[in-house]
Design a protein around this ligand. Structure first.
Ligand code: AFP
Length: 313
């Protein structure tokens, strides 16, 4: 039984997408059992960067790694593993993933997700990922929320699939997602205000001033703490997301990881008519220097992202 309608998937990538979707469907069932199953939010260790690992982080990573063997993935990179793994020595693809993003929301029943990015594989494992983000051939996320959804792009628009709980198969829900150019909402972790650089503070103050300030219209505010949930909202109804560099120790390049969070989300958003930068430079023009490097991340409605870049200028 295939896990996703093959109609919209390039044939040479179908085994990879089928494995990702089958695993995503399994994971959505594990997550839906919540407290009826083993504790998914229990701390089980630390990842390569010292972030606390939850049981579900490790479980998801193990499930995706196992499922992708034999599908044509040569190199597997994960937030939960220090080094790149070789799965199929003659595979054509290099896949990077945050297997479970939004871990702080696991035990409070808020949408969490899996993010993935696919490059053509090169012989050298790291070199497959340390290259311009524009060389991605596919990017997507699976959102585990009230609906289990897959947003997916191969560079010809961003598609949306929904998991049919009755069949366990992802079916096309929207052929082409489109980010509205104007935003009505902005997203940033406002508790970090005292750490922000001036352009970020200025943008947020403009948004907060609403119709009483330069923007001339009111904005609403959202912060979920789950990149997949924020991205899905912005792909659906527009908005702006900022995780900038800030003055905290270790946050000089923000919090989000370039290879398996920032780059795939940037491809999805730009393929839907939005924009994605590090505050000024387009993410897709950037190249990661290290597998787990962080990068300041601003994305969403084109007008807003351009305003933020102008303020940085
Ligand atoms: P976790 O997976 O460690 O919860 O991190 C989630 C995340 O990478 C991203 O999904 C959120 O947008 C962001 O971190 C939330 O960061 P803060 O906890 O600093 O608000």
């Amino acid at each position: 039984m295939t896990a996703i309608d093959p109609t919209h998937i390039p044939e040479n990538l179908y085994p990879v997408l089928d494995a990702l979707c089958a695993t995503g469907a399994q994971l959505s069932q594990v997550i839906a059992r919540g407290a009826l199953g083993p504790s998914l939010a229990a701390g089980v260790g630390e990842n390569s960067d010292g972030d606390q690992q939850k049981a579900l982080d490790v479980m998801a990573d193990e499930m995706f790694e196992a499922a992708l063997r034999g599908t044509g993935v040569r190199h597997y990179a994960s937030e939960e593993q220090e080094e790149v793994l070789t799965l199929d020595a003659d595979g054509a693809w290099a896949l990077a993933t945050d297997p479970l993003d939004g871990s702080s929301n696991i035990d409070v029943n808020v949408t969490i997700g899996t993010i993935f990015s696919i490059f053509p594989a090169t012989a050298d494992a790291n070199a497959s990922f340390l290259r311009p983000a524009s060389e991605q051939v596919a990017a997507g996320y699976i959102a585990y929320g009230p609906q289990c959804l897959l947003a997916l792009t191969f560079g010809a628009g961003t598609m949306l699939f929904a998991l049919d709980p009755g069949t366990g198969r992802f079916e096309l829900a929207q052929a082409r997602m489109q980010v509205p150019t104007q935003a009505g909402e902005f997203s940033i972790n406002a508790s970090n205000r005292r750490h922000w650089i001036a352009p970020v503070r200025r943008y947020v103050e403009e948004a907060e001033a609403g119709e009483t300030g330069d923007k001339g219209r009111n904005m609403n505010f959202r912060w979920v703490g789950s990149l997949v949930a924020e991205t899905h909202r912005i792909l659906t109804r527009g908005g702006t997301f900022l995780y900038p560099s800030d003055a905290r120790n270790g946050y000089e390049n923000g919090r989000l990881r370039m290879v398996y969070e920032v780059a795939p989300m940037a491809m999805l958003v730009e393929q839907a008519g939005g924009q994605a930068t590090d505050g000024t430079a387009p993410i897709l023009s950037l190249t990661a220097r290290e597998l787990h490097e962080r990068r300041p991340f601003v994305f969403g409605s084109a007008e807003e992202v351009a305003r933020i870049a102008a303020l940085h200028g």
